[in-house]
Design a protein around this ligand. Structure first.
Ligand SMILES: O=P(O)(O)OC[C@H]1O[C@](O)(COP(=O)(O)O)[C@@H](O)[C@@H]1O
Ligand SMILES: [Mg+2]
Ligand SMILES: [Mg+2]
Length: 349
């Protein structure tokens, strides 16, 4: 008998996202269909945002709002627009009882108190790239609520930790638009066909190569990086790996996922906890990478093992091909043991 994962893998390239989701649900006889519908709601909002992104250069949607979001970052008009589109789609659906967005301080209650899921979302990732027509994205993460149905969602619904995610994914508005997601049984990718208005299965089973030829980080912060990160990157350069950094997390991540590579956002003086946010950047991408056979670490802790205490909590992120992340961790361990070696004799005196 085939496993559910095998059944869905058997669906041919070109299957529509809707049909794929429906078939996947049939593999689980007791599934209620709510998670499937939630994924469809997200895909619908993605189509609308894709349209907005595509015509951004011709419309008044481009440019800054002239205000900061809750993180103290300059909000772009498209950040606000995408935020509205996704929250509206999740509110119109019946499945999500609450949404946590990068653009909002607190939880948004959708009014669907019977909804069994909560969604954390970065509606527009890489928004500094909008004005210059460079790839941007959306990142989402889904949890089954722990608060009782019929009531409003609570903080605890969102602060369950990375391992509690039931689904996660992203949309890349790139040279073509793609939706990539996992429900914990591998990673699948769909490519959008503009004229038909449909996502079609294009990547039935994504796995990341064990090692790649790329490192991705903002080298402008080189002098702020921990010594072990600089040592690791120096070795990457000695080995003549390619440096690739778009500056949109989704785009950098997607390239490395398909081709192999490591993405690093270490702590810096400017952002001592790291810059990226756990709930709607680190966790979903870490869930996907583990499902694709790679690794994701926040310093020396697996990202998914973290249980956050704040909605917008930040964390360092080292993510990508398993061998490359393991090699970085070896540099970290070496530094730690060298430091212990220095400290121990002094303590004994
Ligand atoms: O400019 P930096 O410090 O390299 O930061 C780039 C990173 O920050 C982010 O832009 C943060 O995402 P938002 O655009 O959603 O705020 C990532 O997409 C990107 O990888
Ligand atoms: Mg982001
Ligand atoms: Mg964003």
């Amino acid at each position: 008998m085939s496993t559910p994962h095998e059944n869905t893998l058997a669906l041919p390239v070109g299957t529509t996202l809707d049909r794929f989701i429906m078939r996947k649900q049939e593999d689980f006889p007791y599934a209620t269909g709510e998670l499937s519908q939630l994924l469809r709601d997200l895909a619908l909002a993605a189509k609308i945002v894709n349209r907005d992104v595509n015509r951004a250069g011709l419309s008044s949607i481009i440019g800054s709002m002239g205000q900061e979001n809750v993180q103290g970052e300059q909000q772009q008009k498209l950040d606000v627009e995408a935020n509205i589109r996704f929250i509206r789609a999740l509110t119109n659906g019946q499945e999500a009882c609450a949404v946590l967005s990068e653009e909002e301080d607190d939880i948004i209650h959708t009014g669907n108190c019977q909804g069994r899921y909560v969604v954390a979302i970065d509606p527009l990732d890489g928004s500094s790239n909008i004005d210059v027509n460079v790839s941007i994205g959306t990142i989402f993460s889904i949890y089954r609520r722990v608060s009782p149905a019929g009531q409003q969602a609570t903080r605890e619904d969102f602060l369950q930790g990375g391992r509690a995610q039931v689904a996660a994914g992203y949309i890349l508005y790139g040279s073509s638009t793609m939706m990539v997601y996992t429900t914990g049984a591998g990673v699948v990718g769909f490519t959008y066909e503009n004229s038909l208005g449909e996502f079609f299965l294009s990547h039935p089973s994504i796995s990341i190569p064990r090692a790649g030829q790329v490192f991705s980080c903002n080298e402008g912060y080189w002098f702020d990086y921990p010594a072990y990160v600089r040592e690791y990157l120096t070795q990457c350069k000695r080995d003549q790996l390619s440096g690739r950094y778009v500056g949109s997390l989704v785009a950098d991540y997607h390239r490395n996922l398909l081709k192999g590579g490591i993405y690093l956002y270490p702590p810096t003086k400017k952002t001592p906890e790291g810059k990226l946010r756990l709930l709607y950047e680190g966790f979903p991408l870490a869930f996907l990478i583990e499902q694709a056979g790679g690794l994701a670490y926040a310093g020396t802790t697996p990202v998914l093992d973290i249980v956050p205490t704040d909605f917008h909590q930040r964390s360092p992120l080292f993510i990508g091909s398993a061998d490359q992340v393991a090699s970085l961790l070896a540099y970290a361990a070496e530094t730690a043991s060298a430091q212990r070696g220095l400290v121990a004799p002094a303590a004994e005196n």
